[in-house]
Design a protein around this ligand. Structure first.
Ligand code: FNR
Length: 368
């Protein structure tokens, strides 16, 4: 029997339920990582190398989890990151995540390869709810320009250009399950003539431009007023270059372990990046986000202590949505809030701005 929603006590519980109830092909697409899935595994386990140095005797009666991301006030420092093909897990697709994000006052990043159309996902927004757009850059820049202009017109507040996927990684679990119907809204992608024997990911990604490079960044800056961020940065040199290029932020990410196997985890890269930015006096020039393997509020707290503005969470919300629909997403987000409030109290911080590097011990990370 499938556990009832109230029996899910943490984000891993949703994954276990999703694995049991999802269609095999959908599970394969969501859960898979590249090659031997070493990076996929490392993403979460890297957090286990960081320990806390809590402060005592801090007044933690009231905890304020709110913070600001790209100028938007949010209730807790995570956002729903972009994950393609929402309808594989739930017939309603990404709009379920829009509703969950609204209820909890967090930001949703809309994927280029959503199952719902971009406009459906925007239409689902209410009030001053905020969405960002994740962009795969098309070989045909006219298409890309149209997508960007449309997103800006529809009120998107951030453009996240994915830079870790000049070619989609080999996710063998997904390839073995051989999609016949990827259920995608590919109208914007210009992706036709695709080979579906290679799994869902490959089938929908042939339009992505592998020639994308630093020289293209000025063009992006010239076609939109939205803040531009690079998603998938993996070394401090590229963060520094991103600052010179004039973008407003980066996401230290390895695409959920789905691209380069043996890419380091976002948290490990963050531990490399922040001290160097501080040394150069650049830490306030750019917003730094990380994603990958965030499953516990303690993971979020560790990233914030190191200096991240916020974190992206992908699979857990897909699994919650696939297993239980909106109530699942709602509960997953609430569990994170509850965990976060408790752990902030236990670490001795009553608000996000009180988190700093002295509150963690990173000596277990490989760079030390
Ligand atoms: C992704 N991710 C992703 N990223 C992106 O830039 N464009 C995309 O279309 C997708 N699609 C996608 C599908 C699925 C099923 C997954 C699991 C992931 C990567 C995503 O934005 C993010 O980097 C990771 O999901 C973060 O890791 P966790 O939270 O899933 O561990």
């Amino acid at each position: 029997r499938m556990p009832i929603l109230e029996q899910c006590y943490n984000l891993m519980d949703f994954e276990a339920v999703a694995k049991r109830v999802m269609k095999k092909t959908a599970w394969a697409y969501y859960s898979s990582g590249a090659d031997d899935e070493i990076t996929l595994r490392e993403n979460h386990s890297a957090f286990h190398k960081i320990w806390f140095r809590p402060r005592i005797l801090v007044n933690v009666e009231k905890i304020d989890l709110s913070t600001t991301m790209l100028g938007t006030k949010v209730s807790i420092p995570f956002y729903v990151t972009a994950t393609a093909l929402g309808k594989l897990g739930n017939p309603e697709g990404e709009v379920v995540l829009t509703r969950g994000a609204r209820k909890h006052n967090v930001i949703q990043m809309i994927p280029t390869l959503a199952s719902c159309s971009f406009d459906e996902i925007c239409d689902e927004r209410e009030g001053d709810q905020v969405q960002w757009l994740q962009l795969y850059v098309n070989k045909d820049r006219a298409i890309t320009k149209r997508i960007i202009e449309h997103a800006e017109k529809r009120g998107c507040k951030g453009l996240f250009i994915t830079v870790d996927a000049p070619q989609l990684g080999r996710r063998e679990k997904d390839m073995r399950s051989k999609f016949s119907d990827v259920g995608s809204n590919v109208q914007n992608t210009g992706g036709d003539n695709v080979d579906r024997s290679q799994g869902a990911a490959r089938a929908i990604s042939s339009f992505i431009d592998p020639a994308l490079c630093w020289e293209d960044i000025p063009w992006f800056l010239s076609v939109t007023k939205m803040p531009i961020l690079l998603k998938g940065v993996q070394r401090v040199e590229d963060v520094i270059r991103a600052i010179s290029a004039g973008v407003q932020g980066v996401v230290l990410s390895n695409h959920g372990g789905r691209q380069l196997d043996f890419a380091r985890s976002g948290i490990e890269v963050l531990a490399e990046v922040m001290p160097e930015l501080r040394r150069l006096g650049l830490e306030n020039k750019i917003e730094i986000y990380i994603d990958g393997g965030i499953r516990r509020a303690t993971d979020i707290i560790k990233a914030l202590c190191l200096g991240a503005t916020g974190v992206g969470i992908g699979r857990p919300f897909l699994y919650a949505m696939s297993a239980y629909g909106l109530p699942g997403v709602d509960r997953a987000m609430q569990l994170l809030k509850d965990e976060m409030e408790m752990n902030m109290r236990l670490i001795g911080a009553s608000s996000i701005d009180q988190l700093d590097p002295s509150m963690i011990d990173t000596r277990g990370l490989s760079m030390h």
